[in-house]
Design a protein around this ligand. Sequence first.
Ligand SMILES: Cc1cc2nc3c(=O)[nH]c(=O)nc-3n(C[C@H](O)[C@H](O)[C@H](O)COP(=O)(O)OP(=O)(O)OC[C@H]3O[C@@H](n4cnc5c(N)ncnc54)[C@H](O)[C@@H]3O)c2cc1C
Length: 277
Amino acid sequence: MTGYLSNAPLGRCCTFLTGGRARRLAFCYNISELAEAAAGGALVLGRGSNILLGDAGYDGDVVINRSGRRSFTPDTCECDSGVLLSALAREYMQLGRHGLEWAYGLPGTVGGAIVGNAGAFGGSIADSVVSVTVLSGGKIKTLGVRECGFGYRHSDIKGTVLSVILKADAGDRESVKLASEQNILRRRELQPLGASAGSVFKKTEMGSAGELIEKAGIKGLGAGGAQISDKHANFIVNRGGALSGDILQLINTAQAAVFDKFGIELKREIKLYGDFY
Ligand SMILES: Cc1cc2nc3c(=O)[nH]c(=O)nc-3n(C[C@H](O)[C@H](O)[C@H](O)COP(=O)(O)OP(=O)(O)OC[C@H]3O[C@@H](n4cnc5c(N)ncnc54)[C@H](O)[C@@H]3O)c2cc1C
């Protein structure tokens, strides 16, 4: 593990590219280091692609998970939680293993995907999980898929995900490649370029949050350097120089506008950490 750096800027540790400083920041490169930092109380982050960090900083330790070991058996893959999910999906594609076609192009780590049950295009990580090894309450435990309590963009997992075993059945290499490549093209077609954290809100009982925001008339609305994307209204993009406060303002505005128009409370998919001015 790198030593802790004090008063470290966090903006490069998240895909919004915003946020203040952490009291201390370190990077870990294997799961023993990750377990040690988590046991010491550090906030564990992967690629920071599902979070918003406050401009006034995070008054605690942050550890960035770069553990990257993985290995395949004929029908499974055992991998560290810091493996980049998109890189793993590419490996599945190259090896002709199926199950992660939906994840090609998704910017987070396996650990981040597991705790939030990331998914797209009808698939989710829960469909592939055999078991998850976590550090929880000072103990290392291995959970079967039922014990993980997966739901839509949700799991009941408490603690730090150290490693996972995923299904990796052999499939037809060409059809895995075709499905993976089609999914990355769909992403490019549907999602805006630029710094974001993907979908800001979860799907609602009335359907897509993006459609509700659009119907509420605020697609394209700006605040400081941030904007509700004019391509996909469930994305907020940092157009350059945005503060987390600008993004938070748009989150609150979208929630209020959709509530006023439809009586629906948009629930955030992204998580907030640290202090906001
Ligand atoms: C352009 C773009 C497209 C996206 N598309 C999708 C999509 O199609 N589907 C989707 O579901 N999401 C999508 N996302 C959101 C995001 O990529 C996923 O939620 C991803 O799984 C988050 O992983 P991460 O490593 O970045 O987690 P982080 O953002 O670093 O962390 C998210 C949360 O998980 C916790 N966490 C991270 N690692 C661990 C660990 N090892 N153990 C315990 N807790 C941990 C953190 O503490 C935090 O609470 C997108 C984001 C972007 C920027």
